[in-house]
Write a protein that binds this ligand. Structure first.
Ligand code: C2E
Ligand code: MG
Ligand code: MG
Ligand code: MG
Length: 285
């Protein structure tokens, strides 16, 4: 009986695994040549000043419209792209495209800092900071208009090595944000090992603020400690006016979420209200 049950489980397991592998294989094969066929594009989500409501910047978010698979969400294809070795090239494309767009907005008199997500393979590349500098130079974009977002999960392993990589980026004058804060090690003390400019509170915490006072307490603690470390605090996933108001009171400096805007094409950002024509340097805090 045991053996039979075991076989049964094995059969179901291998079916699940097969389905999983088929999905992976489909994504993988559809990714081949996708960059050359120009199937990728960027959308931008505004980051709004918590105090005066002005749009301070945008986060660039990668989209893939595959002729074979339709629109595949980034959480689904980026890990695959990473595995098949496409990510350094695709990441480079994202960075160059976002910086070109930021340069274009500047030319239109719109001061918007652009935030770009980077992946582990980009950060691990010893040439990465040189590449960032080269792209900024190509687009004549001052470094402080670019913010790079990394996640805690990328900072595992050799702490000294990670520190070197991050410092090389900051030495270039580029801002550095820790994305999805609270979903990884959730260790504020750990942050002291690295120099960030910005802390992005994961939307899980923003969500917890809805009807839960312990959720409020958690965010309050993150904001207080983060501010003490001199970090600019961004709340992700703000979906309601109540959340926005609570986050503002707690001292978050930037907010991002569907309440303000979904990620939209660059052209929609250009006509968004609340974007100053001023050309001053962007201010943090
Ligand atoms: P992320 O960097 O944390 O980006 C925020 C995600 O939350 C985005 O999902 C955004 O559309 C979504 N979001 C924003 N506001 C709200 C809200 O109010 N409610 C809810 N429920 N969601 C909200 P998206 O665009 O699907 O991206 C998912 C993840 O994929 C990103 O998380 C990031 O980790 C990764 N990603 C996206 N673009 C890139 C890229 O160019 N390079 C790399 N390496 N990763 C990227
Ligand atoms: Mg991000
Ligand atoms: Mg995030
Ligand atoms: Mg995320």
């Amino acid at each position: 009986a045991l053996r039979k049950a075991g076989t049964g489980r094995a059969r179901f397991f291998s079916q699940d695994l097969q389905a999983h592998l088929a999905g992976y294989a489909e994504v993988r094969s559809a990714l081949v040549g996708a960059l050359e066929r120009e199937e990728f594009f960027l959308v931008y989500q505004p980051q709004v000043c918590a105090v005066i409501g002005r749009v301070l910047g945008v986060e660039a978010l990668l989209r893939w419209q595959s002729p074979a698979l339709g629109q595949v969400p980034p959480d689904r294809f980026i890990p695959v792209a990473e595995n098949v070795g496409l990510m350094p090239r695709l990441g480079d494309w994202v960075l160059a495209s976002a910086c070109r767009q930021a340069g274009q907005w500047r030319a239109e008199g719109k001061s918007l800092r652009v935030a770009v997500n980077i992946s582990a393979t980009q950060l691990e590349d010893s040439q990465f900071s040189d590449r960032v500098r080269a792209i900024l130079a190509e687009q004549a974009l001052p470094a402080e208009w670019l913010e790079l977002e990394v996640t805690e999960s990328m900072l595992v392993g050799d702490v000294a090595e990670c520190q070197r990589a991050l410092q090389a980026i900051r030495r270039a004058g580029v801002k550095l944000a820790l994305d999805d804060f609270g979903t990884g090690y959730s260790n504020l003390a750990y942050l002291r090992h690295f120099t960030f400019d910005t802390l992005k509170i994961d939307r899980l915490f923003t969500n917890a603020m809805n009807n839960d006072s312990s959720g409020d307490a958690l965010v309050r603690a993150i904001v207080a400690t983060g501010s003490e470390l001199g970090l600019d605090i961004v709340a992700e996933g703000v979906e309601t006016a109540e959340q926005a108001e609570a986050l503002r009171k707690l001292g978050c400096s930037r907010m991002q979420g569907y309440y303000f805007s979904r990620p939209v094409p660059a052209a929609e950002i250009s006509v968004m209200p609340g974007i100053d024509a001023a050309d001053e340097a962007p201010t943090l805090l």
